[in-house]
Ligand binder design. Structure first.
Ligand code: C2E
Ligand code: MG
Ligand code: MG
Ligand code: MG
Length: 283
């Protein structure tokens, strides 16, 4: 009787685990193959300075063109990549590509910077600072054109985060706090972290319409009080853009200005902006 029970426990506990492990291994293989077969693409979403509506940079966002599944969203495969460690070579590809492509744009658009999303896994990695220095040098991109997006989660161990961030800042890159307001950061140490920008999470921007809003102006003031720039994510309408501008929010990103674009379309977008600006200056 006891043996029977033990056997059924065994089946009960091991079967789902085995499936999960197999699935994970299959996905890891899939991701590795994707990297080898160049199935990843980098899209860029323009970031706009609100007061003059100039493009000041862009966020690099990965896309996976899967041969059978079509476009796979990063929110589906980045977590798997993180769990399997595949995020390290994948993000290395992201950083290399973003640096090389941004470098190509500097002749015509000398003030642009590119933001990339760091994963917690690589933030913790000892070798990351050296690797980043090498990637920047290989691409010939001056470090102040690269912005690293981190999340509040990564800074929970404040001492450690301070150490890593100061090393990264030592390279000359800038740091943005992504999805700000959704994490666990204790506001008290925000002042100690060497960050350059807060990116207010889209969820706060969505609430602008209608409701009496106290959060957004408070976050913008908080950012300015600690001496950092503030960018609003997920801006979808002129009403939102104008509201944020009125509250002295520095920058914005969102479908209203542009969705994430393939590199060629980004170049077209930037050229169009320049033509419009020149036309404005003539009149
Ligand atoms: P995130 O860094 O917060 O990126 C912003 C997400 O919001 C992007 O989703 C973008 O396409 C979407 N978005 C931008 N404007 C709007 C808007 O106006 N309305 C709405 N509804 N959405 C908007 P995406 O590209 O699917 O990326 C999802 C997340 O995946 C990113 O969130 C980031 O955390 C992660 N991710 C993307 N690319 C990479 C990467 O290369 N490396 C790593 N480690 N993570 C990445
Ligand atoms: Mg981001
Ligand atoms: Mg974000
Ligand atoms: Mg977000």
């Amino acid at each position: 009787e006891a043996r029977k029970k033990a056997a059924s426990d065994f089946l009960f506990f091991t079967e789902p685990m085995a499936i999960r492990l197999n699935e994970k291994m299959a996905m890891e293989r899939d991701l590795r193959r994707a990297l080898e077969n160049e199935e990843f693409e980098l899209y860029y979403q323009p970031q706009i300075r609100l007061h003059d509506r100039q493009v000041i940079g862009m966020e690099a966002l990965i896309r996976w063109r899967h041969p059978e599944k079509g476009m796979v969203s990063p929110s589906l495969f980045i977590p798997v990549a993180e769990q399997t460690g595949m995020i390290i070579p994948i993000n290395e590809w992201v950083i290399r590509t973003a640096c090389e492509q941004t470098k190509q744009l500097l002749d015509r658009f000398p003030d642009l910077s590119v933001s990339i999303n760091l994963s917690p896994y690589e933030f913790e990695s000892r070798r990351f600072v050296d690797k980043l220095a090498r990637l920047l040098a290989d691409a010939g991109l001056p470090p102040h054109h690269l912005d690293l997006e981190i999340t509040e989660r990564m800074t929970m161990d404040t001492e450690r985060a301070l150490d890593i961030l100061s090393k990264l800042k030592g390279l000359g890159v800038t740091i943005s706090m992504d999805d700000f307001g959704t994490g666990y950061s204790s506001l008290s140490y925000l002042t100690d972290l060497p960050i350059d920008r807060l990116k207010i999470d889209r969820s706060f921007v969505q609430h602008i319409q209608g409701k009496k809003d106290v959060i957004l102006p408070a976050i913008i003031r908080l950012g300015h009080n600690i001496g950092v720039k503030v960018l609003a994510e997920g801006v979808e309408t002129e009403t939102e853009a104008a509201y944020l501008q009125g509250k002295r929010c520095d920058e914005a990103q969102g479908y209203y200005f542009s969705p994430p674009l393939p590199y060629d379309e980004l170049v077209r977008f930037l050229n169009g902006q320049r033509v419009r600006r020149q036309a404005q200056e003539l009149t």
